[in-house]
Design a protein. Structure first.
Length: 442
């Protein structure tokens, strides 16, 4: 990739179609003017004046859409097939953020399990001087002693998670997170199909939520079951960080979520990764996915014994039924107007592939019954809104120039989001190629 001039300059991108993130049909023969980090004009090419001296890049028959925004991912937990506190390093996190960016995910929310390094890294990514996706998140989080998140699944350090015993300890934990500048608070309410002995007691999560709200922070809740979703949102949780996956949502829960404008992040691909790489359907063999596999991960999924054992495990059957219910519930909630956020919970286990999983999540949203345009709007405009970000998520004047150039039309076929030609982040070419039809306007 050719590095661009470091001075802010004016760049005009042209393409056969532009999806602006608002959900409208693509704009044909579009032009987008970028100055520095910002979009300064967008519209049909014949109506957009080309500024003098601008660098004009004509992407021909390609499509342009906004960079994806993840509301639920993790950084610094995994390296290859290993998970552990020792991976919460600057080098590993920056590697993952560059991978997200190369896959067109230009903003990532690391939703908990972050160590002390998080704050400085987040500020660094906000400043835009370091290559990689912009970073938001939950500084550590509020779990349960001997409970969720299971230490066996995410063996993080003591400085990456609070596990309060009492309501007062929960309030102390939330105050500590607030003091370190967390964007959101997270609590876990789950017994992981009975594999951990306790769930967080109501008095503890109520105290955590009350304290967060008193400090002006919103609370995201990890749940799996409907009754936990009901209990935690009645206690005031603002965001469900996963879909309801045990039984169908009922009218009472739908009404509560609607009235209280609770965000719902289904993370459909989470459960699928438990078994799908053992099944090895066609899409898992695509170069788009293969590129995201570390050698040790590839060796694992190429091992027939691992595949057979994985498919026979009870957790795979559980994940299958969870995914089926999750697909059903997200459609019900979408149709009811519940605000849907976007994320795949990538980065928390070796097969939740940073960047690639987000595109699988788009495909699953369409499998659930959303149109491709609705899925894309969820992952751009809506995901930015969940974070309270007004500077991105759509391609409009004044917004950040975070965008992806694609072969084909993703509004017709969602799989086309994987046909990435180039990623522009903050007005700069972050990865991919510039087409040859390039000229300076005179
Ligand atoms: Zn997560």
């Amino acid at each position: 990739m050719a590095p661009l001039d470091p001075q802010p300059q004016t760049i005009v991108l042209r393409a056969a179609r532009l999806l602006d993130g608002n959900g409208a049909e693509p704009l044909a023969d579009a032009a987008l003017v970028l100055h520095g980090e910002t979009i300064t004009a967008v519209g049909p090419a014949h109506t957009v004046p080309i500024p003098l001296g601008a660098r004009v890049i004509d992407y021909g028959d390609k499509s342009i859409m906004p960079g994806l925004v993840s509301n639920h991912a993790h950084v610094g937990l995994v390296d290859g097939v290993d998970v552990g506190a020792r991976f919460y390093t600057r080098a590993n996190i920056l590697r993952q953020l560059r991978q997200y960016e190369a896959y067109g995910v230009t903003t990532v929310t690391s939703l908990g399990l972050n160590g002390p390094l998080f704050r400085a890294l987040r500020e660094e990514m906000h400043a835009g001087a370091t290559p990689g996706a912009d970073l938001f998140g939950v500084e550590s989080g509020v779990g349960t002693p001997c409970g969720a998140p299971p230490a066996s699944m995410v063996p993080v350090g003591d400085d990456q998670l609070f596990r309060p015993d009492t309501p007062e300890e929960a309030r102390t934990a939330v105050r500590a997170m607030a003091a370190r500048g967390t964007d959101l608070v997270k609590v876990w309410l789950d017994d992981f199909r009975g594999t951990v002995p306790v769930k967080m007691p109501p008095a503890v999560y109520r105290a955590a939520i009350d304290e967060a709200h008193a400090l002006g922070l919103r609370v995201a809740a990890h749940i799996h079951d409907r009754e936990d979703a009901r209990a935690i949102t009645r206690a005031g949780a603002d965001i469900l960080a996963h879909g309801v996956r045990d039984v169908p949502v009922d009218a009472e829960l739908v009404q509560w979520l609607a009235e209280h404008r609770v965000w719902y992040i289904p993370t459909l691909s989470l459960d699928e990764t438990t078994f799908v790489f053992a099944e090895r359907p066609e899409w898992t063999l695509e170069p788009f996915v293969e590129r995201a596999l570390a050698p040790a991960v590839r060796a694992r999924i190429d091992d027939p014994q691992w595949r057979e054992r994985t498919l026979g495990e009870p957790r795979s059957a559980f994940a299958r039924s969870s995914l089926a219910m999750n697909l059903r519930n997200v459609k019900t909630l979408f149709d009811a107007g519940i605000p849907i956020g976007f994320g795949s919970d990538s980065g928390v286990t070796p097969l939740r592939l940073s960047g690639a999983s987000e595109h699988r999540e788009l495909g699953l949203l369409v499998d659930a019954g959303l149109t491709p345009l609705q899925a894309i709007t969820t992952a751009t405009k809506n995901a930015a809104a969940l974070l309270g970000l007004t500077d991105r998520g759509v391609l409009a004047v004044g917004k950040k120039a975070d965008l992806v150039v694609l072969d084909g039309d993703p509004s017709r076929t969602i799989a086309n989001t994987k046909a990435i030609v180039a990623v522009w982040h903050r007005g700069r070419l972050a990865s991919g190629r510039v087409e040859t039809f390039e000229s300076l306007s005179e």
